[in-house]
Design a binder for this molecule. Structure first.
Ligand code: HXC
Length: 516
């Protein structure tokens, strides 16, 4: 073959490879309101930074007509690129090729970039748009999934992993995203389920649409499987670029420090207005977070799921922190099963990737109720205690109002592992609320009183005044300092700077056994 012919062959192959499933299928993809695998990469990566890996991989199986359905790349585009200058590895499934289905070589290509991401210590992004296991390839497909699940698991805690669901993700295919750290979904585009509506109808008789069963809204608010939900693909991928900018490349690096226009000495007098006089009245803790963090820096995780806890990434004078806050707007901020799961998983991510934790505390305790007890609140609540005790990152707590019982321990206790616990003058630190406490320990006095209700109120007030005020806990050294609301941001930044070099070791072990 002459050099000219070799070059000609190169151009033909490259054009074929770039065309994926061909123009007609690309048009069909667009007609569904979806972008193609390569268009998605263009939106996610810095311009011109994509380096493709193994673009000419193709199917080896020949059964059921696959010999005539050979596509270069085998239905997935993979490689490396940069986001804001930071190297990441990624793949993007190409639905125009056999529905993005996963066969032996498609899986090999994914496993290759998973391996490179882990060896190089770079974040990994997977864009899923696939009909699942390639049915014609049978067990070879299952073998491919198993390799991918294992690679996701081995990379867990070493590099951050993100799954962007931009199409169907059905059957066992859902378990790779589920093992990764964050799942992002888009309304009207993404679907995730183990078995689809048809199988459900056949087995249980239930009628449900694809979207109601496994769309973005469902997973963002009901199941909690999705951490972020977006109106369209573009905003989803742009958000992921922003999120990556908060995180280190791997577990051995610190998160990048951003240039902060918001000064470390900005006072927060608005917090005095925000907190109601009546401790039973709610306020929106998101406003508290917005006030103390660098302006506009809060990226909420799981915003629509278990809203009694608010978690997310923010910046404090340019440093990335993980916010773990109670939200008095929902269930009076009591911790329940779902919010415990949400908080514990977020805390563990922060600890994996050296993100300090800031707890903002206003919590009456764990939620009472038969459903909660029978649902295993003991086990689920224990996850939060475990995650905090296990975490070796800097942990700062600020008690805003209530810090009662086990929830005080989970969110503020130095004995559990917080490095610095601060309290506002409005803080109430106790085993339980004043009403409950007075009813138990002064039961006889109240019953014997001439005016029991007046006596009850007197005892409640006495208890609140004498036992719950933050100077009692500060006197025991359980609260390190009592601070004014207007200095909350300043004090949190100082507390962070004071603990940012912290080193803490744990006994050598294979791994802990968190109550799951
Ligand atoms: C092979 C597949 C495929 C698959 C889709 N295609 N899924 N080929 N294996 N799993 C092909 C279709 O035959 C079609 O090819 C092309 O992709 C586009 O599919 P359409 O059906 O035309 O697209 P659409 O109408 O958008 O529907 C998308 C879909 C549907 C909802 C995903 O294709 C579907 O239900 N697919 C099967 C899903 C499934 O049951 N997968 C296996 C799950 S079991 P042509 O050439 O005809 O256009 C599983 C186990 C994994 O994944 C376990 C791991 C532990």
């Amino acid at each position: 073959m002459s050099n000219r012919d070799a070059l000609q062959r190169y151009h033909e192959n490259k054009a074929e490879m770039l065309a994926g499933g061909g123009q007609k299928r690309i048009e069909a993809q667009h007609a569904k309101g979806k972008l193609t695998a390569r268009e998605r990469l263009d939106l996610l990566l810095d311009k011109g930074s994509f380096v493709e890996q193994q673009p000419y991989i193709t199917v080896r199986a020949t059964e059921f007509g696959l010999a005539e359905k050979k596509f270069l790349g085998d239905g997935v585009v993979s490689g490396t690129g940069k986001v804001g200058g930071q190297q990441i590895f990624l793949f993007s499934q190409d639905f125009t090729v056999l529905g993005g289905s996963l066969g032996e070589m498609h899986a090999e290509r994914i496993a290759e970039v998973q391996g490179l991401a882990l060896k190089n210590g770079c974040p990994f992004v997977q864009i899923n748009d696939s009909g699942g296991a390639r049915i014609q390839e049978g067990t070879l497909s299952l073998n491919g999934y198993a390799k991918i699940f294992r690679a996701n698991t081995l990379a867990s805690g070493v590099i951050p992993q993100f799954s962007v669901i931009l199409g169907p993700c059905a059957g066992g295919a859902v378990y790779s995203p589920a093992i990764t750290d964050f799942i992002l979904m888009v309304d009207g585009v993404s679907n995730m389920y183990i078995t689809g509506p048809d199988v459900i109808r056949a087995v249980t008789g239930e009628e449900i649409s694809h979207d109601q069963l496994g769309g973005a809204a469902t997973h963002a608010s009901i199941s909690g499987n999705a951490h972020f939900r977006f109106a369209d693909e573009k905003s989803c991928l742009q958000f992921l670029r922003r999120l990556l900018g908060y995180l280190p490349a791997n577990n051995l690096e610190m998160p990048p420090v951003a240039e902060s226009k918001d000064g470390p000495d900005r006072e927060t007098p608005e917090l005095e207005e925000l907190l109601p006089e009546d401790p039973k009245r709610p306020y929106d803790v998101r406003e508290f977070i917005a006030a103390i963090c660098d302006r506009g820096s809060f990226l909420e995780v799981h915003a629509d799921y278990a809203p009694n806890v608010v978690v997310g990434f923010a910046r404090l004078h340019g440093r990335t922190v993980g916010i773990f806050a109670n939200q008095p707007k929902f269930y009076a901020a009591a911790l329940d099963i779902n919010s415990s799961d949400k908080a514990a998983r977020f805390i563990r991510f922060c600890d994996c990737f050296n993100v300090p934790i800031i707890s903002l505390v206003d919590v009456p305790g764990f939620l009472p109720g038969v459903a909660q007890e029978h649902g295993g609140i003991i086990r689920h609540g224990a996850k939060v205690l475990y995650a905090i005790a296990e975490a070796t990152v800097a942990k700062i707590s600020l008690i805003i109002r209530k810090a009662y019982g086990g929830a005080f321990i989970a969110m503020s206790s130095k004995a559990l592992g917080y490095d610095r616990t601060l309290a506002l003058p409005t803080a109430e630190v106790a085993v339980m609320g004043a009403e409950g406490a007075a009813n138990i320990i002064f039961r006889k006095e109240i019953a014997a009183a001439e005016k029991p209700e007046a006596m009850r109120q007197q005892k409640i007030d006495e208890f609140r005044e004498q036992v719950m005020n933050p100077f009692i806990a500060a006197g025991y050294g359980l609260v390190d300092d009592v601070i004014e609301p207007r200095y909350a941001r300043i004090e949190l930044i100082r507390s962070l700077e004071m603990n940012i070099r912290k080193r803490e070791d744990r006994p050598t072990k294979k791994h802990g056994n968190i109550p799951l």
